[in-house]
Ligand binder design. Sequence first.
Ligand code: GLA
Ligand code: GLA
Length: 668
Amino acid sequence: MKPWQSSIWYGGDYNPEQWPKNIWTEDLALMAEAGVTTVSLGIFSWANLEPSEGNYTFGWLDEILDNLHTSGISVDLANATASPPAWLGIKYPDTRFTDQYGVVRSHGGRQNFCASSQNYRSAAQALTEQIANRYGKHPAVAMWHVHNEYACHNARDYSETSAKAFRQWLRYKYLDSLKDVNRAWGTDFWSQRYHQWDEIGTPKITPDGTSPNPTMQLDFARFSSDALLECFIAERDIIRRHSPGKPITTNFMTIRGFNKLDYWKWAREVDVVSTDHYLMSNDPDSQIELAMQADTTRGLALGRPWLLMEHSTSAVNWQPRNRAKEPKELIRNSIQHLARGADGIMFFQWRASIAGSEKFHSALVPHAGRETKVWREVVQLGNNLKKLSELVNSQIENSVAIVWDYESWWALDQPNLPSMDLNYLNQGLEIYRSLWNMNIGVDIIQKPDSIDELTKYKLIITPMTYLMSKNSASIISEYVKSGGNLVTTYFSAISDLNDHIYLGGYLGPLRDVLGVTVEEFAPLMAEQTVLLNNGYQASVWSERAFATSAQTIAHYQDPSLDKSVALTKNTFGRGFAWYLGTKLKPKDLQEFMRKVTKQSKVKPVGDAPEGVELIRRVSDKGSWLFAINHTNTSTKLLVEGDELIRGIIVKNNFKLPAGEVAVIREQK
Ligand code: GLA
Ligand code: GLA
């Protein structure tokens, strides 16, 4: 697939069906003023496009598409399958979503469907056929937007329909062997052995104080991700037939905490990776989480440019308290995504609604109109992006990678672990933060299938990679042996991909490369901290761990742990492997990671004061340094080149004002 554009896309979800026609005219004028290039259209239009089964009303969409095209605005056109109309659930009750209590959810929200329902699939595919046929060659259509945020509201459906499909999925995975299912799930525990396929249902809620079989839950998570992916693929293929050559995407949710889909698998099926990102109001360092999610998206895109399909101009409406963005924050957020590889900056939504659940969600056009902070910044951002079009298709090169594993995250979301404080996302984010603070660029990668995926990195980090196959562990070990550097944390490689524990000492297949073995976990109580002999402080976790060949950097002070190791470094072949056996206090983790990165010869993007983010995009045309000042004071930077936003030449001692951004085309 060729690059999908030649300038940076700017715009957002456009829902004109919520407005009278005089507003449509005003919209076009305002879009021109803001420099909007692209809108996503029709995402929630099913009920308006197909008022009853098989009866289609496309007139209004024809008109909108033609108007947008005349105004030079391109369209990311949805196939409108994200929110089924009321008639579908009434006519075909099996299309509705069933939760883990077996409750069938009512119409009125959105995305109320069961991914395995053939009736849902047929209806969604029929609609897709109509839309793709009608608009496949429309000149306004620049991209296709299948569905919307798969799994946002209906990730795992527990109906009988899903149970049937789950059994099919299991038969395929386990080559029709019920014996193998029993073995994989460990069903001799608690009398769970299955003797007939039909005895297997969905892992609905079980009696108090118990939960469904862990491996069954893991397989159900895999199945559920796949079931939705099948919906995507079927709709995508219909569009491909009618609209050859036009890229097809579906917007992922690389948002703090969302982990319901195995995006590594999904990313292989889209032409362009796009994502939605929203800040959490209660996160004081949301710029760091944003950076990690943007890097994750670039990872899913395998380093290629991607599209920020949605973020917000200011507050959202779905958190307990919805923070309005500070002045300049909208631009900082947008440029952060751009710096990390986005070639488009889009929003939810174009115009703030006056009715419906999202009427208090910010938009490009706010309720208060044009004389507003939000609109001024929207226009300013549009202007800035125009000046940055030369960046399109440039990439980012990093020498550090964090392995990110949705399956380990699923397993760690389950109950019955040694501690409820084992938090996959937070531990990954903490390590990411320590690198962000040093302006060290990070790639987010999948658990490796081959050593080639690792050799370009100086340092690989596998935070809490709880599920690890022997194969992945041996690839990681090979990588270290041949001169790579590795950091692994506590609760890594505990189980295989069936969630069966490796025997003979925890850290199983990573014991050799780390030179450490763990004989017993000793989780800490809430608020409890422990000291290490080098003065570091830790929480959440301690354990009886002993070095077999590693050198001890620090051990636990607690005499009952017999000097168990907490931090170690092992020489393995030509490389080094560090073990981070506990959750360090942020300042101590920072110091530890500073040493690790230094010894691994990893270099920061550049020098800048704390809170000033530096990122570099490169291409065969040159390189661009992004500087983003997240602090309240202006800062001086030692940079040289053409600053594209201000249109000035900068030499050493460039002053970047508080809260502002700069993009410097560097001298060759
Ligand atoms: C109870 C049950 C056992 C086991 C233990 C775990 O005592 O009878 O089967 O589940 O709890 O603590
Ligand atoms: C998601 C959805 C949008 C909208 C926004 C609100 O990203 O895709 O339709 O609901 O959330 O933040």
